[in-house]
Design a protein around this ligand. Structure first.
Ligand code: BG6
Length: 510
């Protein structure tokens, strides 16, 4: 007899029932990588879960000469290839593709933007859209300002309805260029209409840091310098730079990951409880953390930062080339593919607790995690011998993969006598909720259409982050500390381990 499985109450009603307002979304760079791999599949999935309103239309805008039909065909292929949900629902896809249009736009030509404006107005009429527009810059960052200026010149940023712009990290290259970018964007759009995407904030597990901390009462009382020894944040990737040498060689691990994703994880782990899960309340608290981080200056930079570059090695059983052998990378490149920092947050909650952050390409595995390492018990009730197999308590927030949370604690070994050993209590998203989390872009695109900027980066947040990073980058340009190498497939250069050893600690091996 077949046993009827009891329904899992945690898996019930897991659906985002929000519906966006009708709008025309213009995707600049619509034939590019980001659009094909992330944006179009995310929009299709939103259509599938009925979050897109009737009349919602997408206009692809790029340099290529394409008809609407050819763009639809391209979009269909990308959705088949990259959609999170499979198999593809042909009816939903056909209806979605019907609302895709294409206009060739050369960003330097105002006439092209005027033609775009004309097309958008026509869609307003045919689809009964009240002038709402979202401009998504899925293009290289140096084009953001040109696009904004041209949108203004073509009158696409005013009139009835809302006018929003979405830009992708990196927001600027340093503090000065970030300010420049902000100024240009703010001349064209109101700050609350500028949506700066750091896709880490769209990840369910990243948002869950706040739920874990502030929807429970038992963790916050221990979440401070009294009980926490240190915090380790790891953003490790096994992949190299793929085909992004031209971009990456000017960015490096610091600008690519630490300045944005890395510091986002620090702020969410360290912030005070906001009054509400509301855009400004949350972002105010995050900015306070960034401002409380003790700036690394002068000699501190040599002692508290590490930079490395991978050389040829083995990753997951495959031999891979060194960074300088990659396409579009200078043969004498000084760009770091690994970065590690020790930071302190000078406030009451965190005084004296080091935050260690590391990020790197071609590390042994893909894993992002935040590890909260607690202090040892103040007194060894069971004696040193019984406790010798026990590690201090730790909470690990696993952002990806195998998303979940684990708590490590000591338990008595079931045998005569008293021996204690470390065990782990585990929560895993997939086995608890029985669903796969939506893609970060699905959440963020919908938030943007609804007009909720909570999970987007505010201008002052971006600037506060660059204020911390600029002096480090400058010191690194002067080889302080020097660039080290590490074989691909290892956990970074020797100084990464030494950074923690100097404090009597070691990196957690994820
Ligand atoms: C991007 C970086 O922001 O994040 C990439 O530019 C990196 O270099 C990627 O690979 C990692 O994102 P995810 O979602 O795969 O962890």
């Amino acid at each position: 007899m077949k046993v009827q499985e009891a329904p899992n109450p945690l898996a019930e009603g897991l659906h985002d029932y929000r519906v966006a307002d009708p709008a025309v979304m213009v995707i600049f760079g619509a034939t590019g990588d980001l659009s094909g791999r992330k944006l179009l599949p995310a929009l299709y999935n939103l259509a599938k879960q009925r979050s897109l309103p009737a009349g919602f239309a997408v206009v692809g805008a790029a340099m290529n000469e394409l008809t609407d039909q050819a763009f639809r065909q391209l979009a269909g292929q990308k959705i088949h290839q990259y959609s999170r949900t499979q198999p593809i629902d042909d009816r939903v896809l056909a209806a979605f593709l019907d609302q895709l249009f294409y206009v060739k736009v050369d960003f330097s030509k105002l006439d092209d933007f005027r033609a775009l404006a004309q097309r958008v107005r026509e869609l307003d009429n045919t689809n009964h859209i009240p002038g709402n527009r979202i401009f998504y810059c899925a293009t290289p960052p140096p084009t953001y300002q040109t696009i904004a200026v041209q949108l203004q010149a073509a009158g696409l940023n005013t009139g009835e309805g809302f006018h929003r712009v979405v830009v992708e990290k990196p927001f600027g290259y340093d503090l000065k260029s970030a300010r420049d970018l902000t100024q240009t964007l703010q001349k064209v759009f109101a700050e609350d209409s500028v949506f700066r995407i750091d896709h880490y904030l769209g990840k369910e597990t990243v948002q869950n840091i706040l739920a874990f901390r502030f929807a429970n009462s038992i963790f916050e009382p221990v979440w401070n310098t009294n009980l926490i020894d240190s915090v380790q944040i790891t953003v490790a990737e096994d992949i190299g730079i793929e085909n992004r040498g031209a971009y990456y060689d000017h960015a490096g691990a610091m600008r690519d990951i630490i300045q944005n994703h890395g510091l986002q994880l620090v702020t969410l782990t360290a912030m005070e409880p906001p009054l509400a899960f509301e855009a400004n309340a949350v972002r105010d608290e995050k900015v306070k953390v960034l401002r409380a981080i003790r700036p690394l200056l002068g000699e501190d930079i040599e002692q508290s930062t590490v930079r490395g570059q991978y050389v040829r090695g083995w990753v997951l059983g495959e031999q891979v080339p060194g960074y300088r052998e990659e396409k579009n990378v200078a043969p004498d490149s000084q760009t770091e593919t690994f970065a590690a920092l020790r930071l302190f947050i000078d406030n009451w909650r965190w005084a004296g607790v080091p935050f260690y952050i590391r990020a790197g390409k071609r590390l042994p595995k893909r894993v992002t995690e935040i590890r909260i390492q607690f202090k040892r018990p103040p007194h060894l009730t069971f004696g040193r011998d019984a406790m010798k197999e026990v590690d201090p308590n730790a909470i690990t927030l696993r952002i990806q993969p195998e998303e979940g949370i684990s708590l490590k604690f000591g338990a008595k070994v079931p045998s005569a006598g008293l021996r204690i050993r470390s065990v782990t209590m585990d929560f895993q998203y997939q086995t608890s909720f029985l669903v796969e989390a939506p893609e970060a872009y699905e959440r963020l695109l919908l938030d943007c259409m609804i007009g909720d900027p909570t999970l987007f980066t505010r201008a002052d947040e971006v600037e506060a982050a660059w204020q911390l990073i600029d002096p480090i980058e400058e010191s690194w340009r002067n080889s302080r500390p020097p660039l080290e190498t590490y074989p691909a497939g290892t956990w970074g250069p020797p100084s990464a381990a030494k950074l923690l050893q100097a404090d009597g600690r070691e990196w957690h091996r994820p």
